[in-house]
Design a binder for this molecule. Structure first.
Ligand code: AMP
Ligand code: MG
Length: 412
């Protein structure tokens, strides 16, 4: 295998982020197993069926404002107040010519009325209302079915359920939904130097931090997480772990050992027991990436440097996971254009994912780099709230230039 080239050297054989993501999505089949869940347990799941409204939403015409329900055709003539209605307490009579009913937001529009005059435009004299304006027909009324019509799909299969979708389903009165089962993801760290949290480090040893980043990212996506621990740089041990992981999970992730060093076995092992694409990525951080198939499981071998692990997870693994979870519209990190507060250094060659922070001040929204950008500097990523993406061919970026930004929170 060829040795990696220096940071600023462009490697014509390296894959771009977009090429790699497209190849990954093309070989990421959606789950087919489903289960029925109560709505209160369905956050973060993907719908396995269309949701159709059984009745119109709203079911009745109702008021959008506090005011008076009346007939528009009476113009600005005074109206006699004949009753009132509140949300959940309809007025049972009929509003006739020259009459009105006091109405609160959400209350059913009484029969006979076709308009709601807001209370700020009504002068009250004893039991009579003097409109200060001609109430237009349909004014301040929420029509029956204006949100959803019966029989029409309110949400389609393949929709990721976030709080707004849960509320929409609840507004239809549905207590249960059919969703895809959770994606099972097994992961492990590789490296003889890795030690458990709480142990005392000897020379050359480090704590295994990647596992905690992976666990957090996977939990946040609602995966069933299977932590297989720290595995030594030993081919036999690694092969057993890979096989065990593939037997129990839909997707397997390893970190470390994926490069071309003397203790890097992942790519070679995968070539032997599964099918493997080993890619040199034209990006920084995160040059080596292994992607392939291990039996029925999708496999990702992520680079070991903690920042590289997280950046490559976000760019490649997360889109794959969401597709495998059943999400029908492909997810890729959203990119915003934001001006740079300070210049950023860069050499042409690789797409750069620098860690950044958003600054909201008198110059509007701007973004700044967090300083140290090396791929082992975890404090930079921990203090960042976004990634600043500088194109492969780009040189240094001056202050004020518009750069591409991916937010690290609110990911899906
Ligand atoms: P590797 O990809 O195995 O060559 O590792 C690259 C760098 O990342 C080395 O400095 C490793 O010590 C470090 N590294 C690998 N795995 C982890 C991990 N699980 N937690 C923290 N650092 C790691
Ligand atoms: Mg290693």
């Amino acid at each position: 295998m060829a040795h990696c080239c220096s940071d600023n050297e462009h490697d014509p054989l390296a894959k771009s982020v977009e090429e790699a993501r497209a190849a990954i999505l093309a070989s990421s089949p959606a789950l087919t197993d489903t289960e029925v869940l109560h709505l209160s347990a369905a956050l973060g799941r993907v719908l396995a069926e269309d949701i159709c409204a059984p009745q119109p939403v709203p079911a009745w015409p109702n008021s959008a404002m506090d005011g008076y329900a009346l007939r528009s055709s009476d113009g600005e003539a005074p109206r006699k107040l004949i009753g009132h209605c509140f949300a959940g307490h309809p007025f049972t009579g009929v509003v006739g010519p020259g009459e009105c009913v006091r109405i609160m937001t959400g209350a059913v529009l009484p029969e006979g009325a076709d308009s709601v005059l807001i209370q700020e435009l009504a002068e009250i004299q004893d039991k009579t209302i003097l409109p200060q304006q001609h109430p237009a027909p349909g004014a301040n009324i929420r029509q029956a079915g204006e949100d959803l019509q019966p029989g029409v799909a309110a949400l389609h299969a393949g929709t990721l359920l976030r709080p707004a979708q849960l509320a929409l389903i609840a507004s239809l009165g549905m207590a249960e939904v059919k969703v895809f089962r959770r994606l099972r993801v097994a992961f492990f760290s590789t490296g003889d130097e890795l030690r458990a949290l709480g142990s005392t480090l000897e020379a050359g040893q480090i704590y295994d931090s990647n596992r905690y980043a992976l666990q957090g990212m996977l939990q946040r996506l609602g995966c069933e997480v299977l932590d297989l621990g720290r595995i030594l740089d030993d081919p036999e041990h690694l092969q057993n772990t890979l096989q065990q992981a593939a037997d129990m999970a839909d997707l397997v992730i390893s970190t470390g050992g994926v490069s071309v060093g003397d203790a890097d076995y992942i790519a070679e092992l995968l070539g032997r027991i599964g099918s493997i694409n080993f890619w040199k990525m034209n990006m920084k951080p995160g040059r080596p990436l292994a992607f392939g198939q291990l039996g029925e499981a999708t496999f990702f071998g992520l680079p070991g440097n903690p920042v590289s692990t997280m950046v490559t997870f976000y760019q490649f693994v997360q889109p794959c996971i969401l597709k495998r979870m059943g999400k029908s519209t492909p997810w890729t990190p959203a990119v915003l254009k934001i001006p740079l507060a300070h210049p950023l250094k860069k050499k042409p060659g690789r797409t750069d994912f620098q860690r950044g922070v958003l600054i909201s001040g008198e110059n509007g929204l701007q973004v700044a780099g967090v300083g140290q950008q090396a791929s082992h500097i975890m404090s930079g990523l921990a203090h960042a709230d976004c990634l600043i993406i500088l194109a492969a061919e780009a040189d240094a970026a001056p202050a004020g230039s518009l750069v591409d930004v991916q937010l690290l929170e609110g990911l899906v």
